[in-house]
Write a protein that binds this ligand. Sequence first.
Ligand code: TXA
Ligand code: MG
Length: 356
Amino acid sequence: MRNGALGMTIILRMDPLKPDKAKIRIAAKIIQDGGIVAFPTETVYGLGADALNPEAVEKIFIAKNRPPDNPLIVHISRKSQLFELAKEVPDWIIEVLDQVWPGPVTFVLRKRNIVPDIVTAGLPTVAIRMPAHPVALALIDEARKPLAAPSANISGKPSPTRGEHVIKDLSGRVDAIIDAGETFFGVESTVIDATEDPPVILRPGPIGLEELEKIIKKKIRIHPVALGNKMRETPKAPGMKYRHYAPEAKLILVEGDYDQVLEQIMKLYQTLKNEKKRVALLLSEESIERLGLNQDTIVLGSRENLYTVAKNLFKSLRSLDEKGYEIGLCEGFELRGIGLAIMNRLRKAATKIIHV
Ligand code: TXA
Ligand code: MG
């Protein structure tokens, strides 16, 4: 498909745990012919092209309306591919590879010449990961190509965690969409700059900082903008400078002392309701237990198990628009484990952050 013109999109449905061989072959052939295919990973859906074919990769930027200075992650299905794409891979990565891959951890490394500039937005580094999803691994294997793939949403929108999200965003703009239901984690991979020592987290993900430090037996630095706070430093991952994950609706994030957060949210809710605004409450199960449930409540998951909140996060942001809300009021979460990834996404999606 050229220039993002509307065209035919093949939808290939399959069981996430039992990839359909015949349909995978169809998708792999499209990739080999220079087309673009959306596919599930364990984090969010990706929009993939042959990473070594610059014309194919260009189609991704067009379909998503992605700024050309935001580089893509290259997805592999065998660990040996890492060394074909990257050079100067530090020993500490080689030592932990079996523990983190396949999995939601992306390493930024010095790139080899084989990786086209369009993939890395001209940077001398390339981001690489091996996804832990049977369908993604089957597709990369069958295509016999590394796949350059950003999240399969229109740029700036919440990332897709279900096939139906991708179909809504990209139908008619891509050659095929593999729909294998819901992804496992719901937030994107942890991005680690491994060209620095100590390594630096550029984007927090499903595997928390504490857990990663234990695995790699190394101190990790966290880049200030990885917290999602307003930027002061020059961003290292170019994607960090754009507003992201944002629904059409305004999102107000209230964070700080839990009791005060709930108090502030209810106060705002009443004020906005009085102004006849269509306002939704994005709350945890624990908060709903305290405040009661009403028709405007969207359940995020449990504060006791933040994996549930991560899994529902983007779906909940999308549902604000689907249900016609103008404003969403959302509580903040602990900055620990996967909570850091949740807060990074919420802060970036928010039009306003209130600290209490
Ligand atoms: O879980 C994920 O990582 C998903 C699935 C599809 O694999 N992918 C994903 O891709 O979230 P994307 O393009 O939405 O986000 C990639 C992030 C961006 O913030 C980008 O700037 C950063 O990785 N990145 C990519 N290459 C980089 C590089 N060479 N140096 C620094 N940051 C890089
Ligand atoms: Mg993205």
